[in-house]
Design a protein around this ligand. Structure first.
Ligand SMILES: Cc1cc2nc3c(=O)[nH]c(=O)nc-3n(C[C@H](O)[C@H](O)[C@H](O)COP(=O)(O)OP(=O)(O)OC[C@H]3O[C@@H](n4cnc5c(N)ncnc54)[C@H](O)[C@@H]3O)c2cc1C
Ligand SMILES: NC(=O)c1ccc[n+]([C@@H]2O[C@H](COP(=O)([O-])OP(=O)(O)OC[C@H]3O[C@@H](n4cnc5c(N)ncnc54)[C@H](OP(=O)(O)O)[C@@H]3O)[C@@H](O)[C@H]2O)c1
Length: 309
């Protein structure tokens, strides 16, 4: 495509600018984006939409796309949870009053069984100053609305599923939440813990905050892989929490890999709802007296989920 044509498409579709970028590793990015419009009202835990044109270049060493015809001018959009670095450079809780940007935490998907990943190979070509599309609506039901001041709040994530939890942790600490807060994240390698230093600093400052990280592909994990499900079933999560996982006073938030979450699926033969196997956390927690929050059915519960695919 001709450079003039690309410039015109960018001018037409893009409405935001990258103002900050940090790569904890080459495949993981923390991005701050300033919209041309005022930051839309939102709650911690919600998500927005980022987009780039099909015409944009892709990062090297990603699954190649077949040559497209008629798609070159298309805008590719995906949902991204709002994230938060929680602390400022001086180690104080971030003051987000009046800020004109939003933070995102994104992993580069280099390859997918479902076909070449469209957006992340392009997002990883962005630099500070680059332009992109940001949806004007921030939305979602994965929020702290049901949490009461003394409740225990447990956040369990795989990979970048930690993003909304970071923003919710910031909100709880800002409010002076009295109950215990535990955030756990399971990643392949230690280098995939993009906010680890922040969580360590938070634990030193807030007696009611605990961060637990699990890796699954480091050398020490050979023959000893612990998933978040194992953390709960073994009782280790409660040891970290220093309390029982009591459904009467606890909200659990699950975000990221759908297999970790394990929402019930409809059995084709019987039409009944059955849990996928091996069990995900929804089944494990349900058996311990927790109840899935199902917004669409207006069923309130204390297990809240956000699936990333
Ligand atoms: C509500 C919502 C919020 C989301 N928030 C985030 C976020 O904050 N950060 C983020 O990195 N992604 C997030 N995602 C996923 C995101 O929308 C894209 O799917 C992802 O960035 C990959 O885009 P793609 O076009 O490159 O590949 P796609 O074609 O969209 O995805 C290809 C495959 O990549 C895998 N995949 C997708 N997302 C992830 C992921 N985050 N971690 C591991 N594997 C993944 C899945 O196997 C998927 O089938 C969110 C998704 C939803 C529905
Ligand atoms: N992380 C990297 O170093 C890396 C590097 C290059 C590219 N990528 C790309 O990034 C994408 C996402 O990678 P990601 O590591 O962020 O996300 P991910 O594949 O969802 O893995 C995140 C964590 O979830 C664990 N997990 C997988 N299945 C689970 C289940 N059923 N129950 C509970 N936990 C489970 C993983 O363990 P397992 O180890 O068992 O999978 C891993 O520890 C991939 O598509 C890949 O192409 C990642």
């Amino acid at each position: 495509m001709h450079q003039d044509e690309i410039a015109a498409l960018r001018q037409k579709h893009y409405n935001a600018t990258v103002i900050y970028q940090r790569l904890p590793n080459p495949d993981l990015m923390i991005l701050r984006v300033r919209p041309d419009f005022p930051v839309p009202p939102h709650k911690p835990g919600q998500y927005g939409t980022l987009g780039l044109g099909q015409w944009e270049p892709r990062a090297p060493d990603c699954q190649p796309e077949p040559p497209t015809s008629g798609e070159e001018t298309k805008l590719i959009r995906r949902a991204y949870s709002l994230s938060c670095s929680i602390l400022d450079d001086g180690g104080k809780l971030l003051d987000l009053t009046g800020v004109d940007w939003l933070e995102f935490y994104i992993v580069l998907v280099r390859h997918s069984e479902q076909g070449p990943p469209a957006l992340t190979p392009r997002l990883f070509m962005l630099q500070e100053g680059s332009r992109l599309f940001l949806g004007e609506k921030l939305t979602g039901h994965y929020t702290l609305d049901p949490v009461k001041p003394g409740d225990t709040v447990v956040f369990l994530a795989t990979g970048t599923g930690e993003a909304p939890h970071n923003y919710m942790v910031w909100e709880l600490l800002r409010r002076g939440h009295q109950g215990k807060i535990l955030s756990a994240c399971c990643v392949r390698y230690r280098r995939d813990l993009g906010y680890l230093a922040v969580h360590e600093a938070l634990m030193r400052r807030h007696a009611n905050y605990r961060y637990v990280s699990l890796t699954t592909r480091e050398a020490e994990n050979r023959g000893h892989k612990v998933y978040l499900q194992d953390l709960v079933t073994s009782g280790r999560l409660e040891e970290h929490l220093g309390a029982r996982l009591d459904p009467a006073t606890t909200h659990v938030y699950l975000c990221g890999n759908p297999n970790m979450i394990g929402l019930p699926i409809t059995d084709k033969a019987t039409g009944a709802k059955v849990f996928p196997q091996p069990p995900g956390l929804v089944e494990i927690l349900t058996k311990r007296g927790f109840q899935l929050d199902q917004h669409a059915l207006k069923l309130k519960g204390n297990i809240h989920v956000e699936e990333y695919w």
